[in-house]
Design a protein around this ligand. Sequence first.
Ligand code: MSP
Length: 547
Amino acid sequence: PADPTSAPARFYVTTPIYYVNDRPHIGHVYTTTLADVAARYHRLLGVETFFLTGVDEHAAKVAEAAAALGLTPQQCADRFAAAFEETFTRLKMTHNDFIRTSQERHKARVGKYVAALLRSGDVYLGEYEGWYDAGQEEYVTESKAKEHDFKSPINGKPLVRKSEKNYFFRLSAYQKPLLDFYAKHPKFVRPEARLNEVVARVREGLNDVPMSRTGSAGWGIPMPGDEAHTIYVWIDALFNYLTTVDTAGAGQESDGPTPEGTENRRKLWPTDVHLIAKDILWFHAVIWPAVLMALAKCPGYAWVQLPGGVYAHSFWIAEGQKMSKSLGNFVDIDKLDGYVSRFGLDALRYFLATAGPLGTTDSDFAEARFIDVYNADLANALGNSFSRVSNMTARYFDGKVPEKGPHVPASDTHTLTAEHAVARAMAAYESLDFAAAAAAGMDLVRAVDSYIEQTQPFKLAKDPANLPQVGTILYHCAEALRIASLILWPIIPHKVEELWSRLGCTGYAPALADRGRGAFLTWAKWGQLKPGAPVTKGDPLFPRYQA
Ligand code: MSP
């Protein structure tokens, strides 16, 4: 992974599109933060990056929320779509587009895809009866329904026996193609344990899935050629990943309006990774690739390759308890804003990215945990290390990066540590292990502290004859902090940019501003800090938190 030639030419990452029946909460902010970290990492590498998020509007739960609020579904969708967009902007997410499924550009294209699928024979009109989970808008298999005592495996509410005349997608025909595909692309579903779950279930056999609904009172995209039906919200929603980039540029406007200035985005397809949580894994790991396989067989869609993969994280719980509306313990956006105002935006990002449920176990959003992580890594390690180095630079070198002087024992190991940290961080970022990526940066920061303990510059400096050696030591420290800061930028970009400005590193922030592209592999090479550059001490980057 640390091989520069292995970096892809472009990177396309998505979040789920969120239901607009309420304001955002930690789950939404979490996945979007992960996508933001992944996007920033690739931009830092210099890779052309496209980061998509947005909202899913045509759900029955949106229509229900609207009714409860005395709004039309569209008014309700408008209200909460604005809340999501405003939240992500305020949290400085760097998404390149924000898709709303009620937008013309989306509706027109979904209609085209479904019309093509109708002609292909993979979609047919049929009747279905089964156990329906209203909250999830999905049917649950007979065996799963039994296993969960005919209650929703997700929210525990009773399942309903339902039958409907619908258009169906022939998912049953895709069992073998899917199993072959997973065998060929074992990283298609990550983490690995999730792939095993999916494969086991697909082996059990696949039922056809609804493509349309009736009785949604017109809230949805009409089924082409049969307006009594609307397209099933999950099919409508999954297609967002494709509609947003299905713009072939000039001359393709009959596909429906494209946003101002949209260039040919088809080159961005396929998505490299769909970030989601475990609740919606089946849709992304099974239905979505099967639908794309079907679409790719339709005339004009041969370019529709399958995505690079799906990464399904686990859930946040709150102070040791599952979050639920009835318990009223949701970590909602107001709570998150409270953390931002107490600790700063980057502290929230750091906690989410490093202490969250990226693996297969749920993770606790607990204040005590937050404070531990904040103090240990941000205040005591990074913040404190920078203070020590900038203090000594101010005291002994007039606040300027010293010349690298004579050789000081221990310095070579220190240089190697930095190189090693870069390779480790890259491998970790590529595998979306952001805790390990941060640890690579933090270990380098801690290595600066042990290097200071070993070399004792503050003692050496008592004899002015030693100042050249002290210079070597401080140069090493500042240079290692510079490299650690590059590693940490995707996770804590705003504080890192502040650190860069205090270390006199003027080039990086402008290159990365407004979704620009960096040159991480060049920048992270040892020895680029300029002697003489001004080092400013400033207020603590992360003041220690005392309860
Ligand atoms: N609209 C569908 C997704 C369609 S994607 C084509 C949907 N929306 S949702 O608003 O319910 O968002 C679900 C997503 O929110 C999860 O997949 C996950 O990304 C995030 N989270 C919701 N609750 C969560 C936690 N408690 N913890 C972590 N993330 C979770 O499903």
